[in-house]
Every structure is written in C-alpha cells, then in structure tokens.
Write a protein that binds this ligand. Sequence first.
Ligand code: ADP
Length: 560
Amino acid sequence: MEKLLNLLTLNRVRFHALSLRGRVLLSQIPLSATMLLLFLWIALTDAALFDDSRLRASVVLTVALFAACVVVPWERLPYPSFLAVPLLDFVPIGLLRESAADTVTGLGLLAAFPVIWLAASGQLPRFSIFASALATLGVVWVPLFIGDARVTLESLTQPLLLPFMMFAIAVTVSVMTSSMTEQQRVVESKDVELRALLDDTARRERLLNAIVNAVGVGVLAIGEDGRRLMMNSTQQALHEYGMPRGVLDAREDDLLLFGEGGTVPLAAEERPERRAAAGETFSDYLVWIGEPGNQRVLSTSARTIRDADGRMEGSVIAYSDVTEFVAALAAKDDFVSHVSHELRTPLTSIHGYAELIGMSENLPSEVEWGLEVITRNSTQLLGLVSDLLGAASGATEIRVAPNDLAALVRSAVNAGLPRAAAAGIALQADTPESLPVSCDAARMTQVLDNLISNAIKYSPQGGAVTVHAGATDDGVMFSVTDTGMGMSDQDARDVFTRFFRSSEARRSVIPGLGLGLALAKDIVERHGGSLTCRSVLGEGSVFTCTLPATESAREVAEAR
Ligand code: ADP
C-alpha cells in the first residue's frame, strides 16, 4: 500500500530514484488513465461517437503513446528526447476535444497534463513554456483552419483563454521546478560539504587519539560540570595505580592521592581534577598517588578550554610521572649535604690550626707566606662548603627583628674593604643615616656579603663597586652595582638558578659553585622581598634587593 501511495504521490525521492523509462511512464500515466476513462465514459453514454474517425484516431494515438513509453529504450536515446511524448500528447487531446466536445465539456483542460510534464521536467525551460502555449494554441486553432467554417477574428480570439491558461501554468510550474532544483542542488552540495567535514573530523579525531595515546604523559579532559570526557591509556594506568584495593570503578574522590611528601591525604578541593573543574589553571603541582610506601609522584598541570565567547567549556589535565626525578633530586641533596658535612670538620681544623700557628712569633717569612695562603684558601673552601650545606639543607629559619638596613650595608661594605683593596677595586657605601627594617640581620648580612663578594670577584682590577641603600614607596631597598664583566641577557635571567655559572665566569676560571645567589634569593623572598639582576655584558651588573615595610615583613616571615 505504501509503495502504491508513494508511486501515486510521485514521492520525490522515489521518483528520482527511478530509471528514465520508469519516470517517463509515471509521467504519462495520469493523462493516459484520464483519457481511457473518458473513452469508456463516451462508449457507455454515446457509443455512436466512435463512428468519428478523429475519436478513433485519438484512442489509437493514446494507446500508442503509452506503449511507446513502455517499449522505447529512453536511456539509450539522446537526452531529453522523451519530451517528444508530452509534445505528441497534444494530438490525441486535440482530436478528442474536437470529436467529443458536445458530450464532455472542458476537454481542452486535458492539455494541463503534458504542459505540467514539460514544465516540471526542468529541461529546456523556455522551449517547454513556449511549446506548451503553442501546442495548446494548435489544439484550439488547427480545427478552425482545417474545418469548413469561415475563420474570423472572433472565432480565433474566442478560445484564446485555454492557451493563455496553459502558458501561465507552464510558467508557474517551470519557476517552481527551477527553484526546487536550485534548492536541491544547494542541499546536495551542503551534503557533500558535510560529508567532507565529517570525514575530516573523524580523521582529526583518529590523529588526536593516536597522539594523545603516544605521549608518555597522562591526559584527562573534563567538561564544565567536571564529567570525564576523555582519558588516554597512560592516564588510565595511573588511575588504576591510585585505586584503593578492592575498588573496581574509582571516582576521583576515591583515588589515593597525597600532598607533599606523600603522607597527608589530599583534601577534596586540593585534588587536581577538582581544582581544574573549578576553573583553576596550574602547572607543576606535585601529588603523590598510590598506597603509602609504594607511591608514584605526579607533576600535574591544568589548562581551561574556553569557547569563542570566553565561557569555560572544560579543562585538560596532564599528569607526568616524575617519581625518578624527585628521587634523584633527593639523592643529590642527600649526597651534597653528606659530603659537605664530612668536609667541614677537617677544613675547620686546618683553618683553625693555620691561624694558631700564624699567631706564633719569629716565623720564617716563607712559612708566614705559606700560612697566609692556607688561611685564604681554607676560608674560601669553608665558604663553598657552607654554601653547599645551605643549599642541601633547604630553608633555614628566618628570625625577623627590628634592624637598621643602612648600618647592615655599611658594616658589610667595611668587611669587604680588605678584599676589595687586595683586588684593586674601589668599594663604597651610599646610604642614608638610618633605614629601619624588619629582617634577620645575620641572613641579610649573608645576602649582602654574597652580592658584594661577587661584585668584587667578577670585576677586573681598577673597577668600582657601590652599594646604595634607600627607602621605597612600600619599604626599603639596596643595590650592588659593579663595573665588572657583566653577563648576557639570558645568563642574567638564569643567575638565580642553583649551580648556574655564567659562560664568562666559567671561561675566566673564577672559582665558585653557583649556589650563593640561589640562597640569597631564597632568603630575600622569605622576607617577602625580591632580588633582581640587570647586567650588560662587558659593562657591569646591578643586583637590586627590595624589602617590604616593617609590619608586612614581619607578617610574611611569620607566615613562612
Ligand atoms: P658563584 O659566585 O659561587 O659561582 P653565585 O650564585 O654567587 O655563585 O653566582 C652565580 C653566577 O652568577 C656566577 O658564577 C657568575 O657567573 C654570575 N655572577 C654573579 N654575580 C655576578 C657579577 N656581579 N657580575 C658578573 N657575573 C656574576
């Protein structure tokens, strides 16, 4: 039934899916069926009409045209020769109209069937419109010319309504058809574009999956509601590692995640996934995963995904396994601290005994000179060893008390004068009378000593080092300026990194470990201040330290 309905309603999709012969046949059926019904009607009501040869010819032609639709191999004929059928349809219609006009009225309207076919075919639109109008004109005029009656202007104009109607129908159908064809073309081209887009998207997805699974980093994507959208294979393995025993399908809250050191479980809001779901962006956030005693250390980073309007759509979290790296760092610190401890005791005694012997009187001059060398070198070695110890033991306690920065600067400069004089460098302080500050005097002196001794160490003979101190809008500052070898921009940026030594320092074989500035920066920052470096290669460097106002300095130090 559905099939039949589809056929009768000329369902577009099915009609286009038909073969050309099927389409020709289907287009001819409405007219042939109507004509046959009319022939039957005439046979039943007025059979005498069949004596008229025109009616018989109409029957024969109707049947012949229908048969042609079935028999002729339209696919093999030049396109669109099938239009001959609707054109020829006007002949049996004209013959029927002429022979049975008295019995059945309005037979000329049958022309609407071939007119619609011609116009709806979408082929040769202009030809179809004019052919429709002319053929209908033929239907009404030809009998006038071949008949016996006299052709008058009135007899010619009277039946013009029919051709005019058919012309209008042809124009309307043709316009609708071309607009539908255009729409169809647009839909088809959109369909092609959509398919290409889908193929491209599928290809990108495969590529992304391959990349995400190939990297040795766990990757997790979550939606704006915290729902997990994607997890790569590495993350899957890490996830399983963090699952408590006996739990098969762990949620983020169930995972065994711990904070610094791997002992204190992470609170819900400190978990990387929760932080990312809350819209936080972070890098290198260390978490410990797994049962205590058998944990792995993960460095986690998160970035939010935003749509074109800047609204958060979700987040991507990356988990890198840094267990070996963290273990290596701990082993290195352990080793450094151990070695420096072992070195300090014999060194202190060498230094002490050298000084003791130096106090004796009447020593030969070469012994005195030798003792001086021992003392100088052992002092330097002790300095290096305490730098090493300081770096390995990490944060030293800061005890903040009211101090005068100007006095601290002046005494550090005084302490550096002998070394500056020996190196042929002019060292001077430029400070106001007093500069009240809250700081740990011993630690701040350590910073000043380090900066001043560096300025002397990395300046050639004849250079000048100035230590300037003063007040700022929100605290105090001091700077150490030298006219020494300076550094490149890149080196000046890396200068506070542990064990960093500039290329110039390495080339000029000036001894050092690259730890002093890292320690100095740590001390200043733990006072709530900052330590920066500006340097020009071959011209000199300026190290600037700022410290916050008295009260805030105390708060920062107490909070640490
Ligand atoms: P060390 O002096 O023991 O090598 P530091 O941490 O004090 O270690 O300094 C790190 C590096 O920074 C030095 O090796 C040197 O290359 C560079 N540096 C520090 N101060 C200066 C300076 N005033 N002028 C030029 N280079 C400097």
